[in-house]
Design a protein around this ligand. Structure first.
Ligand code: TYM
Length: 337
């Protein structure tokens, strides 16, 4: 069997990029009989980006309800909250002790902060916390804890996966003694949707405030966001450059290939942007509409979600506890003299 694992940070409302890049492919993978899937809410990661407790709690509920509404079967998938697994921060510490600081210096998110600070002329590490700096180590602990073979993610996470492999290799080399503790995880990326653009054409992201929400605010909010997708000023009747428009890129992430080809021709033959947006919204709603009903029902019963997460934590810890025992021994914290 193949172990598949992925997580979503609970710092905001789930959006179309999370869905197309991570949730949808993960659900598809979890349905295969030879797959053992681990999906979780990365709430420790949320603390790095967000110091608003209410937002973290709300986001956790929204993301859990989204996974379940999208078809995650908690009987088959191990579905849990990161902070319910105390072995994860413990493993994170062990991994921190073998991770080169120089490796973390190269992390994109950290480097982006340093570059911004340098542009502003302030201290390079201004506003950078240890949480942000060691973010990739925590993510490596998430993945290595369950020895995941495949990690379905969007393109923005590739570097984190490479770092997880580096860290795993280093630990295996130092402590394995010929036997490997950790599998080297591989990214799994769907090229069609590896980076879903947002309203302004940049990567759809909470931090750019350019997202199309999945379920929150109802179909109305999704429609309103679709109508705000930025296009060029070509009028109905004028040929459009489909390939050059992110509206078309978003369309492709939800359509069958023949449907995309047809939409593309219509744009090239002068379909107006307003009408194109209506068609895109209808396409998205076809897929999300039925899920939205389940989502609303789940959001109305948070205790049900909590039960599911507690059951998931038990399953996850049944694996994490014995692994940590072996690791404590391997590094000398428990072994007899
Ligand atoms: P996060 O919460 O930023 O995003 C969750 C998932 O959604 C994908 N994604 C996108 N995919 C395509 N287009 C986009 N515009 C887009 N925006 C987001 C992300 O690539 C991701 O797959 N560090 C992770 C959470 C995490 C994790 C893990 C993932 C923590 N531990 C272990 C995998 C394995 C993050 O912040 O994702």
């Amino acid at each position: 069997t193949t172990r598949v694992l992925t997580g979503i940070t609970t710092s905001g409302t789930p959006h179309l990029g999370n869905y197309a890049g991570a949730i949808r492919p993960s659900i598809e993978a979890s349905l295969r009989p030879d797959v053992d899937a681990f999906y979780f809410m990365a709430d420790y990661h949320a603390l790095i980006k967000c110091d608003d407790p209410q937002r973290v709690a709300r986001s956790r509920l929204e993301i859990a309800a989204t996974w379940l509404a999208a078809g995650l079967d908690p009987e088959k998938v191990t579905f849990y909250r990161q902070s319910d697994i105390p072995e994860i921060p413990e493993l994170c510490w062990m991994l921190s002790c073998v991770t080169a600081k120089g490796l973390m210096n190269r992390a994109h998110a950290y480097k982006a902060s340093v570059d911004q600070n340098t542009d502003k002329g302030v201290d390079a590490d201004d506003g950078v916390t240890m949480g942000l700096f060691s973010y990739p180590v925590l993510m490596a602990a998430d993945i290595l804890m369950f020895n995941a073979h495949k990690v379905p993610v969007g393109r923005d996470q590739i570097q984190h996966l490479e770092m997880a492999r580096d860290i795993a290799q280093r630990f295996n080399h130092l402590y394995g003694g010929g036997q490997d503790f950790f599998v080297l995880p591989e990214v799994q990326i769907d090229d069609e949707v590896a980076t879903l653009p947002g309203l302004d054409g940049r990567k759809m992201s909470k931090s750019y405030d350019n997202t199309i929400p999945l379920f929150e605010g109802g179909a109305k909010a999704t429609r309103a966001a679709v109508m705000r997708i930025v296009t060029d000023s070509r009028q109905p009747g004028e040929p459009k450059d489909a390939e050059g428009s992110h509206l078309y890129t978003i369309y492709r992430a939800f359509a069958r290939p023949e449907q995309s080809a047809q939409f593309r021709r219509a744009l090239e033959e002068g379909l107006g942007w307003g009408e194109a947006k209506e068609q895109l919204f209808a396409l998205i709603e076809d897929e999300l509409g039925p899920m939205r009903e389940r989502y609303d029902a789940l959001m109305a019963s948070p205790e049900r979600i909590e039960e599911i997460l507690q059951a998931g934590a038990l399953k996850a810890r049944a694996l994490a506890t014995p692994l940590m025992e072996r690791l404590r021994e391997a590094v000398g914290l428990r072994s007899p003299l």
